[in-house]
Design a protein around this ligand. Structure first.
Ligand code: GDP
Length: 368
């Protein structure tokens, strides 16, 4: 049988097949004297953190551990996928530990968005999901907006305790940790280590803090309801906003339908002529049609006219699930987690929203 090689950094079993998986090492690296997994190698040589997906058992082990420590928990969510990037169950495990909730990717919000309204919405949503954060903040890990403020808040709330950074995959946790490391800079970089996360074979990054405590980067957790899991990597790029979102405005009469690619659909069932302002990735095409023709259009054109998903992905794409909503207030956002949102201008519209089974639709007060 094959001899098992383990990483000299974190102890994980080395493998050369699955680039995204735990312990991946390029075959050429097996020639080296000391063998480390790619994740530890990058960390050591470039101070770069890579994320590794995680199974549900490991997720539970992490949650359990968080409940047993006395620490500040910093939970990162993607504000474009608030529900999809939420970690269900975290609030039941955190015990008495305070949670600092940080919404990432604020750089993608149109300039006209009032950040305070986004924070209010995050607070309200967190509460509805059972979590009462000590504070809620926004940042852009990539553009480095407000990283310093988040670092200050961490310092303020941790009160000489350890810090655990948690988040599901794709929220920008690695980007954030990398920004933090650069921010701390200096000698501390050399003191960064990896160790096993208790009860798992997963490694976590340990960044030493001035008072002898540590800031731990926990492994990224997969949330199976993320829109990201329904599409290919290439398609994910098309639905993920990369630049500040430019709204697209549609004046609709009842009996009209909008498709956001083939990923989501909105029918205007009943109400006076109304405007629907779409906030999605700038490259995602919005298609308007008559509601009576909408089903047929989807059957015949999912994967071409209505894409993403592309032709291949369309074969496996989950059926869209319909829900009816009556918009009670003017300027209401219909939020499609992982995709964006549609602002309905006037109150009283009756609509139906369709998204792939498992992904979330929520309503909020308009943030603009
Ligand atoms: P992780 O899986 O949580 O560690 O996420 P990554 O740090 O790998 O980031 C996931 C994706 O989100 C990458 O494509 C990043 O470029 C992107 N990303 C991370 N932070 C930001 C941000 O502040 N703004 C934007 N627009 N994208 C970000």
């Amino acid at each position: 049988s094959e001899q098992e090689i383990v990483c000299t950094g974190c102890g994980v079993t080395i493998q050369t097949e699955d680039k995204q998986g735990m312990g991946y090492t390029p075959p050429s690296a097996l020639e080296r004297d000391t063998i480390t997994c790619q994740r530890c190698f990058r960390l050591k040589h470039y101070n770069e953190v890579q994320d590794v997906p995680l199974t549900d058992d490991d997720f539970l082990a992490i949650l359990n551990q968080l409940g047993q420590t006395d620490a500040l928990i910093v939970k990162i969510v993607d504000i474009f996928d608030f529900n999809g990037s939420w970690l269900p169950g975290l609030h039941r495990f955190v015990g008495d530990n305070q949670v600092l909730l940080v919404g990432n990717k604020a750089d993608l919000l149109p300039k006209s968005v009032k950040q305070n309204k986004v924070i209010q919405w995050m607070k309200k949503s967190a509460k509805e999901l059972g979590l009462k954060p000590a504070d809620v903040m926004l940042m852009s890990a990539e553009k480095k907006y407000d990283i310093d403020k988040v670092a200050e808040a961490i310092e303020q709330y941790r009160k000489n305790r350890d810090v655990y950074i948690v988040g599901c995959t794709n929220v920008g946790k690695s980007t954030f940790i990398n920004s933090l490391i650069k921010q701390f800079g200096g000698e501390e970089e050399e003191l960064i280590t990896t160790s096993h996360f208790p009860g798992t074979t997963l490694d976590m990054i340990d960044i030493p803090l001035e008072d002898g405590k540590s800031l731990f980067d926990t492994p990224g957790i997969i949330n199976h309801h993320q829109m990201a899991h329904f599409v290919s990597q290439k398609e994910l790029k098309e639905i993920t906003p990369r630049k500040e979102i430019k709204p697209k405005i549609f004046q609709l009469n009842e009996g009209q339908t909008l498709y956001a690619g083939g990923m989501a659909r909105l029918d205007f069932l009943q109400g006076e002529r109304n405007s629907f302002v779409c906030y999605f990735a700038n490259d995602l095409s919005i298609h308007r049609t008559k509601t009576e023709k909408a089903d047929e259009l989807y059957e015949n054109h999912l994967g071409d006219m209505l894409s993403p998903p592309g032709k291949e992905t369309a074969k496996e794409f989950p059926p869209l699930k319909r829900q009816e909503i009556t918009v009670k207030e003017e300027k209401t956002d219909v939020v499609i987690s992982g995709l964006g949102w549609i602002n309905v201008s006037e109150a009283g519209a009756k609509i139906a929203v369709y998204v792939p089974e498992g992904s979330h639709v929520t309503i909020r007060e308009g943030i603009i």
